[in-house]
Design a protein around this ligand. Structure first.
Ligand code: FAD
Ligand code: NAG
Ligand code: NAG
Length: 503
């Protein structure tokens, strides 16, 4: 009797013990199915990296309600296609570079245009064709501010580049803050808490330089002034570097290429809800899954997944997804997105609108603007098609070109007639383009639930193609390490020093 009850106690102890082991290792069977919501550069690169990380057997579905590419899109005008959304890529954006190479695509470099900065009355800055004249003008007007800006951005880029090394060595981060901290320490994090204006003043830039040169760069890249956070401001300034490029045929080709290479299944439909479900496999054993509700042309559908990656802004107007029955509730209302209208016009620009009286030499093909209430545009620049066609000399001589205008609102006919001497074709694309930044920035979490990840958290630090790709690789690594309990590859401190010795 005694012996057998002791034995029983021992046995049940053993059983409990093994159950506890099972509980901590609960998630360590391989996941079967992953859902990615959104087929922009974030979602498609996530699918690509998830395939690399989880291997060939896992099933990946990518949901897209609209077009593959998302904010990477072209617009067609008179038989040619032009970038209407995300257009230029920095030469040190290594993920984008690698995608283009691995997918067998080609880069194209937009032609070097002469730039002017207009304040509503006159040009505060105007590039000439002569390099030396440009340098003299820069120093005459702004002292060493240009050189200092170059070094300032260089220093930030240097730190930014560390992320590629971390990711190569399989390290991931559970929050956008810890990812930024690993790159640039407290210096990067504190940039989220101040405006680019404050950040640059602190570094000794003159107010004149900030108003004349920095504001226009923020306006063209992010449709906002220098009240945006210092990190996105620095990313925006890197966008003034030389060597910017784009993808021949259109940047969106990267998205369709990644999707194809990932062997994921594209489900053309709108995801409406995510809900947690428990399924018992055998008696006493339940697995936790997520049920995704969606609507396609053929009606509503439901599917179960182990891991869910959200690759769209969670915003009522963008990725309107309901998280059903989560306790505590999943907080999804991110801040507002900034409207930017891209207008394409084939016509002759009205040089006198920009204060150039006739007959007038107007060599500029890119005009940025300062923050002036007089102006209804943020920028206007001549653009070339994504598939380069030789520009005919006659059209150049006649001044007839395709211009891309960014403005906060849709332009009226009257405004177009002011901007152009004559025009014969107009195309408009209205975007909720990027977050409306307002430091101190509240960055949404990456991990929304046990195995739900939010890629677009990173946009609140800075929105750009490469940022989405970095976030995608991070989420692929993070979801893998969390699934298999590899904590030593999550949120590690001092990686910069620790990886120095590794080759
Ligand atoms: C005018 C403009 C100019 C820009 N210029 C540049 C630039 O020069 N360089 C640069 O690097 N970046 C630029 N950007 C920013 C860049 O385009 C974005 O940061 C990037 O494309 C974001 O990609 P994403 O995949 O994260 O999001 P998105 O491209 O927005 O992808 C999200 C996708 O999810 C889909 N979706 C949403 N909700 C659902 C749902 N419920 N169910 C199914 N599908 C859903 C959407 O249809 C969309 O296709 C620019 C953006 C704009 C608008
Ligand atoms: C940034 O601001 C937030 C909230 O305003 C605060 O909690 C945080 O400590 C600040 N961080 C830094 C590095 O200043
Ligand atoms: C061009 O701009 C000038 C100055 O703003 C304006 O008076 C004129 O009406 C505009 N349109 C044309 C077609 O010249």
């Amino acid at each position: 009797m005694y012996v057998s009850s002791a034995l029983r106690r021992m046995l049940s102890g053993l059983l409990l013990c093994s159950l506890r082991v099972a509980a901590t290792q609960e998630l360590r069977y391989p996941p079967n199915r992953i859902a990615v919501i959104g087929a922009g550069i974030g979602g498609t690169s996530a699918a690509y990296f998830l395939r690399q990380k989880f291997g060939k057997d896992i099933h990946i579905d990518v949901f897209e309600k609209d077009n593959v590419g998302g904010r990477l899109a072209t617009i067609e005008m008179e038989g040619n296609h032009y970038e209407a959304g995300g257009s230029v890529i920095h030469p040190l954006n290594l993920h984008m570079k690698t995608f283009v190479k691995d997918l067998g695509l080609n880069a194209r470099t937009p032609s070097g245009d002469l730039l002017g900065i207009y304040n509503g009355d006159e040009f505060v800055f105007q590039e000439s064709e002569w390099f030396l004249i440009n340098i003299i003008k820069m120093i005459w007007n702004y002292g060493l501010n240009f050189l200092r800006m170059y070094m300032w951005v260089e220093d930030i880029l240097d730190k930014f580049m560390r992320i590629y090394r971390y990711q190569t060595f399989d390290y991931s981060f559970s929050t956008t803050e810890s990812l930024l901290h690993a790159m640039g320490g407290d210096d990067f994090i504190s940039k989220l808490n101040m405006t680019i204006d404050e950040a640059m003043q602190k570094s000794g830039f003159t107010q004149r330089f900030i108003d004349d040169i920095v504001v226009p760069a923020m306006r063209v890249n992010y449709g906002q002034g220098v009240k945006i956070n210092g990190f996105v401001g620095a990313v925006s300034l890197a966008g003034t570097d030389s060597g910017l490029w784009a993808v021949a045929g259109g940047n969106k080709l990267v998205c369709s290429g990644l999707l194809y290479a990932s062997k994921a299944q594209l489900i053309q439909g709108t995801v409406t809800s995510v809900q947690e479900k428990f399924r018992s496999t055998k008696p006493g054993n339940t697995v936790k899954l997520y049920e995704i509700g969606y609507v396609t042309d053929r009606g509503p559908g439901l599917d179960l997944y182990d891991i869910v990656i959200i690759a769209t802004p969670l915003n009522k107007n963008l990725g309107n997804i309901e998280f059903v029955g989560f306790e505590p509730p999943i907080e999804t209302s991110s801040g507002p997105y900034q409207q930017t209208v891209a207008t394409f016009v084939h016509g002759r620009i009205n040089a006198s609108f920009f204060g150039c009286s006739k007959p007038c030499q107007f060599p500029l093909s890119e005009i940025l603007t300062t923050d002036s209430p007089k102006l209804f545009i943020r920028s206007i620049s001549a653009v070339s098609p994504v598939n380069p066609v030789p520009e005919s000399d006659t059209s150049k001589a006649s001044g007839l070109r395709v211009w891309k205008i960014f403005s906060p609102d849709v332009l009226t006919d009257q405004q177009l007639r002011q901007l152009f001497e004559s025009y014969h074709a107009v195309k408009v694309r209205n975007w909720l383009a990027y977050p409306r930044y307002s430091p101190p920035e509240k960055i949404p979490p990456i991990k929304l639930h046990r195995a739900i990840y939010y890629l677009n958290s990173i946009e609140w630090a800075a929105s750009a193609m490469e940022m989405s790709a970095i976030a995608a690789k991070n989420v692929a690594l993070l979801s893998y390490h969390q699934w298999y309990g590899k904590d030593e590859h999550i949120d590690q401190e001092d990686l910069a020093d620790r990886l120095k010795s590794e080759l």
